[in-house]
Design a binder for this molecule. Structure first.
Ligand code: BES
Ligand code: MN
Ligand code: ZN
Length: 504
C-alpha cells in the first residue's frame, strides 16, 4: 500500500474515493453534511439529513456521489465512529478497516482521508492506527481458492492535509508513522499466513524455512537443530512429543543484534511451534480439531516479530527460539505415564500427551538461559482453560518479571492486543506434584492456565513472562480487522514493547 500526505482539500483530492469520519454528535453531523450537501447528487447529504438515516453510529457507512464539477473524487464514504466519549485509536483502526473494505468493494484504487481526531493522540499516532486498520482489515487467506474475478485492490491511501487536519503532527511525521505501521502489519500478516496454512503444507521444517527466509531478507542469524542436534543437547521434550510423528522435529534459533553495544543483554522470545496437535495418544475429540493447525501460533508470532524488529532496524538485541514438532498418535508415540528427564535434571511424568506444549517449551526455556537474558517472554496456544477464563478477548499473562508485565500491559493497551495477568501463587505448585517424578505435565481440573505456567516456571531462572494466546491467536469469528482464523496476535504487542525498549 502506498501511503502519502497531500496538502489539499477533499474537493480537490484526486482519489477515486474520499473517506470522512463522523462521531455520534448531532451538531457535528449537521455541519459535515452541510459542507457536503450542495455538491452531491444521487444519495445526497440533504436526503440523509432529511431522512434522519445517519447518526454517526459505529456501523454506519454511507456512500455519497458528488457532482463532477464540484469535486474531483467519484464518491465520498461517510463512516460512523460511534460515541464521541469512546473514540480511541481502536475506533480509528476499526473505522479505517471498514472504509478500506468498502472502497475496495467499489473497485476504488485510491482513497483520500480526512483523519478523525482522537483526544490525547497525535496525528502520527492516529495515522498509524489508520494504516493498521486499512492493512489488517483487507487481509484475506485466499490462496487456496480457485481464482474468481480479478481483484481490484486498493493501492493508495492519502491523508489530506488541510488546516489542523494532521492534529499537531507534521506531514513527515504522519508519513513516517504510516510506513512504520506498514512494516509491522506486513509482519502481522506474515504471522496470520503461517497460522492459517494447513498442516498438510506446514511441518517443523517449514517453520525453519520461514525463519530462514526472514534471516536472509533482514540479516537475522538463523540456526536450526534437527533430530541429531536435539539428541546431542538432550532436548527430551521436543523429542518425546515428536516420537509419534513421521515428520522430523526442529529447534529454531534467531538472533538479531541491533543494540549499539553487542554486550546489551537480549530479550528472548520463545514460541510454541506445534504444527498440528492431535493430542497424541491422549487423542483430542474430533470436533474442531482442524483448528489445531494453528497450534504453532506462538512460533509464528516469534518469527514474525523478528521480521518486524529487523525491518524496523530497532536498536535492541532480540533472540527468537522456536520448539517445533507435530503431536501425533502412533505405535511409536509417547505413552501417558512416560517419564522424561530434562537436561536441567528435572523429571516430568507425562500424565497426558495432549499437554505437549509445555513439554516442548521446557527445552527452549532451559536453552534460553545461555543468552543471559534481560527477560524471556514465551508465547503459546497453551491451554483451553485460558480460553474458558478469558475468551477470545484478551491474552493470559503470567510470570515473575513484574516490570516487563507492566510494559506488556501498556503495549497491550496501545495496540489493543490486551493482556490480563493471572496469578502464579506457590500454592498452585501442589497441583502438578507427581507420585513418580519431580512434576507432572497436567494439574487436573482447576486453574488449567495457571498450572501450565507453574510447569514452565520450573524451567526458568531468569526474569520471565508467559503469554497464553490460545484464545487470541485463533479467532472463531471475524472482527473488523481480523477475519476468522489466525490473527497474528502478539506481533504488534511485542514490537510495540520493543520499540519502547529502543526509546528507553
Ligand atoms: N493446543 C492445546 C490448547 C488449545 C486449546 C489451544 C484450544 C487453542 C485452542 C494444548 O496443547 C492442549 O491440548 N492443552 C490441553 C491441556 C490439558 C491436557 C491439561 C487442554 O487445554 O485441554
Ligand atoms: Mn495439546
Ligand atoms: Zn497444543
Amino acid at each position: 500500500m502506498n501511503f502519502s500526505v497531500q496538502k489539499t482539500t477533499w474537493k480537490r483530492a484526486r482519489a477515486t474515493a474520499i473517506a470522512m469520519f463522523q462521531p455520534e454528535d448531532k451538531r457535528e453531523l449537521r455541519e459535515t453534511l452541510k459542507s457536503l450537501g450542495r455538491t452531491s447528487v444521487g444519495l445526497t447529504a440533504e436526503t440523509l439529513l432529511g431522512a434522519g438515516d445517519m447518526a454517526g453510529k459505529k456501523d454506519e457507512l454511507f456512500v455519497l456521489y458528488p457532482k463532477r464539477a464540484e469535486a474531483a473524487a467519484k464518491r465520498v464514504l461517510l463512516v460512523g465512529l460511534g460515541k464521541k466519549e469512546k473514540l480511541s485509536l481502536e475506533t480509528v483502526r476499526r473505522a479505517a478497516s471498514r472504509a478500506a473494505k468498502r472502497a475496495q468493494a467499489l473497485k476504488s484504487k485510491s482513497l483520500a482521508v480526512m483523519l478523525p481526531a482522537v483526544k490525547g493522540a497525535s496525528g502520527a499516532e492516529i495515522a498509524a492506527a489508520y494504516a493498521e486498520g486499512t492493512l489488517l482489515g483487507l487481509y484475506k487467506f485466499d490462496k487456496f481458492f480457485k481464482k474468481e474475478e480479478p481483484k481490484v485492490p486498493l493501492e493508495s491511501v492519502t491523508i489530506l492535509e488541510d488546516s489542523g487536519s494532521l492534529h499537531g503532527s507534521t506531514s513527515a511525521e504522519v508519513k513516517a508513522a504510516m510506513e512504520e505501521a506498514q512494516l509491522i502489519c506486513q509482519a502481522t500478516i506474515f504471522a496470520r499466513d503461517m497460522e492459517n496454512e494447513p498442516s498438510n503444507n506446514k511441518f517443523p521444517e517449514t517453520l525453519a524455512a520461514w525463519a530462514k527466509d526472514v534471516g536472509k531478507e533482514h540479516g537475522v542469524k538463523v540456526t536450526v537443530f534437527g533430530p541429531k542436534e536435539l539428541q546431542a543437547n538432550k532436548m527430551v521434550g521436543i523429542l518425546g512429543v515428536n516420537q509419534g510423528s513421521v515428520r522430523e522435529p526442529r529447534f529454531i534459533m534467531m538472533e538479531y543484534s541491533g543494540a549499539r553495544s553487542k554486550e546489551t543483554q537480549p530479550i528472548v522470545l520463545v514460541g510454541k511451534g506445534i504444527t498440528f496437535d492431535s493430542g497424541g495418544i491422549s487423542l483430542k475429540p474430533g470436533a474442531g480439531m482442524g483448528e489445531m493447525k494453528g497450534d504453532m501460533s506462538g512460533a509464528a508470532t516469534v518469527i514474525a516479530t523478528m521480521k518486524a524488529v529487523a525491518s524496523l532496524k530497532l536498536p535492541v538485541n532480540v533472540i527468537g527460539l522456536v520448539s517445533s514438532s507435530e503431536n501425533m498418535p502412533s505405535g511409536s508415540a509417547m505413552h501417558p505415564g512416560d517419564i522424561l528427564t530434562y537436561s536441567n535434571g528435572l523429571s516430568v511424568e507425562v500424565d497426558n500427551t495432549d499437554a505437549e506444549g509445555r513439554l516442548v517449551l521446557a527445552d527452549a526455556l532451559i536453552w534460553a538461559e545461555r543468552y543471559k537474558p534481560k527477560s524471556v517472554i514465551d508465547l503459546a496456544t497453551l491451554t483451553g482453560a485460558c480460553v474458558v477464563a478469558l475468551g477470545h478477548v484478551t491474552t493470559g499473562m503470567m510470570g515473575n518479571d513484574a516490570s516487563m508485565m507492566e510494559r506488556l500491559k501498556r503495549a497491550g493497551d496501545a495496540t489493543y492486543e490486551r493482556v490480563c495477568e493471572l496469578p502464579i501463587y506457590d500454592e498452585y505448585d501442589e497441583l502438578i506434584k507427581s507420585d513418580v517424578a519431580d512434576i507432572k505435565n497436567v494439574g487436573g481440573r482447576w486453574a488449567g492456565a495457571i498450572t501450565a505456567a507453574m510447569f514452565l516456571k520450573r524451567f526458568t531462572n531468569y526474569p520471565w513472562v508467559h503469554l497464553d494466546i490460545a484464545g487470541t491467536a485463533l479467532a472463531d469469528a471475524a472482527t473488523d480487522y481480523a477475519p476468522k482464523g489466525g490473527t497474528g496476535t502478539g506481533v504488534r504487542l511485542l514490537t510495540h514493547m520493543l520499540q519502547e525498549e529502543a526509546r528507553a
